[in-house]
Design a protein around this ligand. Structure first.
Ligand SMILES: [Fe+2]
Length: 163
C-alpha cells in the first residue's frame, strides 16, 4: 500500500482510545493530579514565607500558569477521545491521587514538597504514556511524554533550591 494510502486509512480509523479503552478515564485522573498540583503551587505562592520568598514566589507563578494551560490541553484531549473531562472541584479532588497540603510553610519546605509532587506526576505521566503507546494513541502518548519533561524539570528546579 502506498504511504499516502496507509496514512489515509490510519486517519480514517476511529480513535482507538474511546470509552471502551479507559485511557480517557486514566487521563482524567492525571488531569485531577495536575490540577491539585496547580492549586498547591498557587497556595505556596501566596502563603509560604522564608528567606527565598521572592525566588519561590516567581517560580511558583510560572509553574501554576503552565499547569493551568496543561490542564486545558489534557482535558481537550479527553474530549477528543469522546469522554467527558472532570466537572468541578469536587470531581477533581475525588479523582486525584495527590494529597492536598498546608502551604503556609517555609520556602525550603515548599521546595521539598513540590519536588516530590512533580516527581510523582512525572511517574504518573510515564505510566500513562506506556498505556497510550500500547493503545497506539500517538497524540496522547506525545502529550504525556512532554508532561514527563515538564515535571522532571520542575522537580530539578525545586531540588536546586535546597541543595
Ligand atoms: Fe501572584
Amino acid at each position: 500500500m502506498p504511504a499516502t494510502a496507509a496514512r489515509n486509512s490510519a486517519a480514517a480509523r476511529p480513535a482507538t482510545n474511546d470509552t471502551e479503552s479507559g485511557l480517557g478515564t486514566a487521563l482524567n485522573i492525571f488531569i485531577a493530579d495536575t490540577y491539585i498540583l496547580m492549586m498547591k503551587t498557587q497556595a505556596c505562592h501566596w502563603n509560604a514565607t522564608g528567606t527565598q520568598f521572592y525566588a519561590m514566589h516567581k517560580l511558583t507563578e510560572a509553574q501554576y500558569a503552565e499547569l493551568f494551560a496543561a490542564v486545558d490541553e489534557l482535558a481537550e484531549r479527553v474530549r477528543a477521545l469522546r469522554q467527558l473531562a472532570p466537572n468541578g472541584l469536587g470531581a477533581l479532588l475525588q479523582l486525584g491521587t495527590l494529597e492536598e497540603a498546608d502551604c503556609a510553610i517555609t520556602t525550603e519546605q515548599v521546595a521539598r514538597m513540590l519536588a516530590t509532587d512533580n516527581m510523582a506526576l512525572a511517574e504518573h505521566a510515564r505510566d500513562l504514556a506506556d498505556e497510550a503507546e500500547e493503545a497506539e494513541d500517538t497524540a496522547t502518548h506525545d502529550m504525556l511524554v512532554a508532561r514527563i519533561a515538564v515535571h522532571e524539570k520542575a522537580a530539578w528546579l525545586w531540588r536546586s533550591h535546597v541543595a
